[in-house]
Design a protein around this ligand. Structure first.
Ligand code: AHM
Ligand code: MG
Length: 335
């Protein structure tokens, strides 16, 4: 059997022994995310057919309208993880507070907490553009068997034991890493099985794409403005190509395959940018580093930031190492 024929199920089992604390718990957890992803995929795929579009009439904690599918995806992931009793806590971009999972009759002996953005980029659903689920997994730091506390969730990203995303695109893919390389699996919808299609994903040596919402240009810090001008200059291998879907998972996925940098800087209106450290930036930074890339807030490594709150936002620059470093040099110069 070739690597490409391997299913995600087989891959997870083969890899289990590589994981230093492996007791099968992380395997079951990733399996559960894989299953929930299939359910959400099914619903996302028929979004144009059923009357599930539009806002649910509720606002999430950031004061943004929630799309119905956000609510749906949030419920599916939470129910899956809670019912199977494989984590001790969950934090979601769609929930104000974290959820402590106690277990039914017995004490919850599980070691892992999951943080997730159940449906990122959901404003794109109305126009049939790819959206994604982002997840991040940590070992709890409080004692096993006791209820989880906020400390279990406010860990720096470098403590992640696994992270990944599901992209609901022209094909549905799950891309994840448990620390040993980044692997991508494509769903065959006819039989509901993910196959290893992108083994050991790495950013190419050179990137030529920059992805940013340039409409915010006037509000960007000087270093970012100068970097954008640098990307547009006619010199060496520049100008770079500009590509921005406005769906982090898809923009990141394309850049990892083709080479590029994604950024959501601070703006004069939003000094911390838009993206959430725990649900969006940390898992993407973990994947980027495992794929030979880099992720920064403009000055510091994203994975070193000690979070202070669940819904914290942070400026985010992520992609090919050399591109992120060039951006950082412009930021430093203009500090
Ligand atoms: P969301 O979590 O509310 O969906 O917001 C995150 C999304 C990212 O996927 C995307 O890169 C960014 O917001 C786009 O924002 P903007 O429309 O401001 O460019
Ligand atoms: Mg999001």
């Amino acid at each position: 059997m070739t690597q490409q024929n391997k299913t995600l199920g087989e891959f997870i089992i083969n890899k289990q022994s590589e994981f230093k604390y492996s007791s099968g718990e992380l395997t079951r957890l990733i399996n559960s995310i894989r299953l929930a992803g299939k359910i959400v995929n099914h619903e996302v795929n028929k979004a144009g057919l059923v009357d599930i579009l539009g806002t649910a009439g509720e606002e999430n904690i950031q004061g943004e309208d929630q799309q119905k599918l956000d609510v749906y995806a949030n419920e599916v992931f939470i129910k899956n993880l809670v019912n199977r009793e494989i984590v001790c806590g969950i934090a979601s971009e769609e929930e104000d507070d974290f959820i402590a999972i106690q277990g039914n009759n017995k004490k919850n002996e599980n070691k892992y907490v999951v943080l997730m953005d159940p449906l990122d980029g959901s404003s794109n659903i109305d126009v049939n553009v790819s959206v994604g689920t982002i997840f991040s997994i940590y070992r709890r730091i409080t004692p096993v068997g006791t209820p989880v506390t906020i400390e279990d969730f406010l860990q720096p990203g470098k403590n992640q034991v696994a992270a990944g995303y599901i992209v609901y695109g022209t094909s549905t893919m799950i891309v994840y890493s448990t620390g040993h390389g980044v692997n991508g699996f494509t769903l065959n919808p006819a039989i509901g099985t993910y196959y290893l299609s992108h083994p050991n994903m790495q950013f190419p040596d050179k990137g030529f794409i920059y992805s940013v919402n340039e409409g915010n240009y006037v509000h960007f810090p000087k270093g970012v403005k100068e970097y954008i001008k640098y990307c547009q200059e006619e010199e060496d291998d520049r100008p770079y190509t500009s590509r921005y879907i406005g769906s982090l998972v898809s923009d990141f996925h394309r850049n990892m395959i083709k080479g590029g940098i994604y950024f959501y800087p601070s703006t004069s209106k939003s000094p911390n940018g838009k993206l959430r450290l725990l649900y969006e930036c940390n898992p993407m930074a973990f994947l980027a580093e495992r794929a030979g890339g880099k992720a920064s807030d403009g000055f510091n490594r994203i994975l070193d930031i000690k979070p202070t709150e669940l819904h914290q936002r942070v400026p985010f620059f992520c992609g090919n190492k050399d591109m992120v470093e060039t951006l950082e040099s412009f930021m430093k110069k203009n500090e």
